[in-house]
Design a protein around this ligand. Sequence first.
Ligand SMILES: [Zn+2]
Length: 224
Amino acid sequence: MNIACIGAHPDDVDLAMGGTVIRLLSRGHSVLIYDLSNGEPTPFGSIECRKRESETAARIMGVSRKTLELENRYILDTIEARKMLAGEFRSFQPDVLFTHYPYDAHPDHTSSCSLVEASKFYSKLTKSDISGDPFFPKKVFYYFPNHIHLNLTPDFCVDVSNEMSKKVEALNAYESQFIKKGNGAMIEEIRTINAYFGIRIGKKYAEPFFSRESLDVDLIKELF
Ligand SMILES: [Zn+2]
């Protein structure tokens, strides 16, 4: 299957589902990470260093990654952005999408979720000026909002015990975001969150996911 993982900023997908990305790749799926913005400005980053860090993280995970042109801090679910992202979906033809949980502390994250859902729909429109041929991604799943302390019950968890060390290695590539900021604690927090959800399924580490629609067991089996 083709699987698109969409995040507002270059580290969002890696933090929330880096282990799952590695696992999906090992199952033979084609996975592409879309960063909707380049993530800048941030206190210790620059456009060049963010690009270098996110490419290094992608290389460690073995995944492809594409940075789109939306503006950090000002991401909105606009008609123009929907057409742009729908064009990307038509080109890559993802069967499944993963993106931000619908509620989050960062406005970029909530609008990215809304944008992804709308673009999924736009992608199938006929008689439009969107580039490429109509295509409809089957499903969208939401990953865990790491920056807000919500009490959420996941719809499913992915065992990432075998992938955890590589995920942490990938996160360490984001020096300007987690290390220079004195924010190495962020990576430890992610490990704790993944350990917590791991316990809930009797495994060492797991990444939690959410779905608005009922789950199709065949799709979950095919994915993992
Ligand atoms: Zn973000």
